[in-house]
Design a protein around this ligand. Structure first.
Ligand SMILES: *Cc1c(COP(=O)(O)O)cnc(C)c1O
Length: 459
C-alpha cells in the first residue's frame, strides 16, 4: 500500500460556505475538503464505512450510532474549550455549551429515572476511575467480579489502576457461571471493602442490584453499579434498574445506548446524601470527574450523548430494546439446538457466551474464521478457562447491532445458524475453513446485510 502526504489546503480552492448554510451543508463540505486534500485518509474512512455496512457486527460491546449522533460529534462544537460545568466555566463563550450540557444531563435523568447525571466522562473507564478515586483512598479495599469471570479491567484487575492502587479483592461465579450472592456477602464481611462493584463485561444473566445493596449496607460499603453492557435494557425496563439501589451508577455510551464513545455517571436516591468528604455524593462525583481525573470536556461528544439519550428516552426505544433481547434469546436457542454449549445455558440480556471446550476449537481460531466470513465476534474467556488470554476457550456474541439493523427473531436465528455452520466446518477441517464454506458464508452475510441495511447509512 502506498501513502501520499496530504496536499496543503489550496487557498484558491478554499471556498467558504455562504452564510446561514447550516450544519447540513457544513458536513458535506467538510467531507469534501477531506477528499480533496487527503485522499489517503478519506479512502481509509470510506473503507471502514463500507466494512461496517457489509459485515455482521456481533461484538457484544459494540453497537451502531445513528448518523445524527455522529454529526454532533463532528460538529464545530468540538472546538470549544469549556473547562468546568454549566454556569461555572473557566472560559468564556460557553452559553450554548451550557444549554447543550444541561440538555444532556436532563435527558440522561429522564432516560434512567435518575436524580442527577454527569455527562463529561470521556469513557466508561474514566467514569469508573473518577468514582474509585472519589470514594477510595489509595490502598483501600474494593470488591469486584474477577476479570476471568467476566469482570471489567476497571473493577480491580492488576493490569489497571483499579487493581494497582487499591487493594482489590475478587468474587467469582458458581460452577454454572452465575453470580454467587452468598459468596459475595461472605467476602464483603471478611474483607470489609469500602466499595463493591456490581457489573460485568461478560455475564449474560440478570444482576440482582437490590441484593448487592443489601450486602453493601451490611458491610458498610458503597455500591457502584456499572451497567456499561446493559444500559439500554435498563433504560427500557427490560433489566431491573440499579439507579436507586447503587450509590453511583456508571455506563459507557457507545454500547447499548447507541451513542458516541464516552461515559456517564448517574445518581439516584442517594444523590443528595453526604459524600465521604464535603458536599453531596453528586457534587463529589462532579469534582471527581473535573478537576480530579479529567480536564476539559468534549462538548461535541456531550452533544452526541444528548442526541443518543433523546432516542433512548423516546417511544421507539422500547421496541429496539425488545428486539435486541429477543434476538439474543433466538441466537442462544439456535446455537443450543445446533449442539453448542452456552455459559449459564442461555441469556437474559443481549449477550450470548459460547463455551468452546470440548469442540476442539479455541476462541482465537473461531474468531478469525468467522471474521474471514464477514461475521465479527470476539474471543472471550469463559469461567474456569485455563487457556492464555489471547487464545481463550470461548466466544462472546451480542445482538445490539443486529437489532439496529431491524433483524427480528428469525433473522437473528439465521445469524446464529451462520455462526454454527462456520464452526462445524472449522471443526471438520481441524481448524481450517474450506474455501467453499467461506464463499457461501460471505454470500449469506452479504444477503443479510442487504436485506437489513444499517439505518441511515450509505450502502
Ligand atoms: C466496556 C466497559 C467499560 C469501559 O468502557 P470504555 O468506555 O470502553 O472505557 C467499563 N465497564 C464495563 C463493565 C464495560 O463492559
Amino acid at each position: 500500500m502506498t501513502f501520499t502526504l496530504p496536499a496543503p489546503l489550496d487557498a484558491a480552492e478554499d471556498r467558504a460556505l455562504p452564510d446561514g448554510s447550516g450544519l447540513t451543508a457544513f458536513a458535506g463540505h467538510a467531507a469534501d475538503r477531506l477528499r480533496r486534500t487527503d485522499a489517503a485518509l478519506y479512502d481509509l474512512l470510506n473503507r471502514e464505512t463500507a466494512r461496517q455496512n457489509s459485515t455482521l457486527m456481533m461484538v457484544a460491546a459494540s453497537s451502531v450510532a445513528d448518523p445524527s449522533v455522529l454529526a454532533c460529534g463532528g460538529s464545530p462544537l468540538g472546538n470549544l474549550t469549556a473547562e468546568g460545568y454549566p454556569g461555572a466555566r473557566y472560559h468564556g463563550g460557553c452559553q450554548v455549551a451550557d444549554e447543550i450540557e444541561r440538555l444532556a444531563v436532563q435527558r440522561a435523568c429522564t432516560a434512567f429515572g435518575a436524580q442527577d447525571a454527569i455527562v463529561q466522562p470521556h469513557s466508561g473507564s474514566s467514569a469508573n476511575l473518577a468514582v474509585l478515586t472519589a470514594l477510595l483512598a489509595p490502598g483501600d479495599t474494593l470488591l469486584g467480579l474477577d476479570l476471568d469471570c467476566g469482570g471489567h479491567l476497571t473493577h480491580g484487575s492488576p493490569a489497571s489502576v483499579s487493581g494497582r492502587y487499591y487493594d482489590a479483592k475478587g468474587y467469582r461465579l458458581t460452577r454454572d457461571g452465575l453470580l454467587d450472592y452468598d459468596q459475595i456477602r461472605e467476602l464483603a464481611l471478611d474483607h470489609r471493602p469500602k466499595l463493591i462493584v456490581a457489573g460485568a463485561s461478560a455475564y449474560p444473566r440478570t444482576i440482582d442490584f437490590a441484593r448487592f445493596r443489601e450486602i453493601a449496607d451490611e458491610a458498610n460499603a458503597y455500591l457502584l453499579a456499572d451497567i456499561s453492557h446493559i444500559a439500554g435494557l435498563v433504560a427500557a425496563g427490560l433489566h431491573p434498574s440499579p439507579i436507586d439501589h447503587a450509590h453511583v451508577t456508571t455506563t459507557s455510551t457507545y454500547k447499548q445506548l447507541y451513542g458516541p464513545r464516552g461515559g456517564l455517571i448517574l445518581l439516584g436516591r442517594d444523590a443528595r446524601r453526604a459524600g465521604p468528604e464535603r458536599g453531596t455524593l453528586a457534587s463529589t462525583m462532579r469534582r471527581a470527574v473535573f478537576p480530579f481525573t479529567q480536564g476539559t470536556p468534549d462538548l461535541a461528544s456531550v452533544a452526541a450523548k444528548a442526541r443518543a439519550l433523546h432516542h433512548v428516552a423516546g417511544a421507539g426505544f422500547a421496541e429496539l430494546a425488545e428486539r435486541l433481547a429477543e434476538g439474543a434469546r433466538a441466537i442462544a436457542e439456535r446455537l443450543t439446538e445446533r449442539g453448542l454449549r452456552l455459559v449459564t445455558g442461555g441469556t437474559d440480556t443481549h449477550m450470548v457466551l459460547l463455551d468452546l471446550r470440548g469442540t476442539g476449537l479455541t476462541g482465537d481460531v473461531a474468531e478469525e474464521a468467522l471474521e474471514s466470513c464477514g461475521v465479527i465476534v470476539n474471543r472471550n474467556r469463559v469461567p474456569g478457562d485455563t487457556t492464555p488470554v489471547r487464545t481463550t476457550a470461548g466466544l462472546r456474541l451480542g445482538s445490539n447491532t443486529l437489532a439496529a439493523r431491524g433483524m427480528d427473531r428469525a433473522a437473528a436465528a439465521e445469524c446464529a445458524d451462520l455462526v454454527a455452520d462456520v464452526l462445524d466446518a472449522l471443526r471438520a477441517g481441524s481448524g481450517t475453513l474450506p474455501e467453499a464454506v467461506r464463499r457461501a458464508a460471505r454470500a449469506r452475510v452479504a444477503e443479510l446485510c442487504a436485506r437489513h441495511p444499517l439505518p441511515g447509512y450509505l450502502a
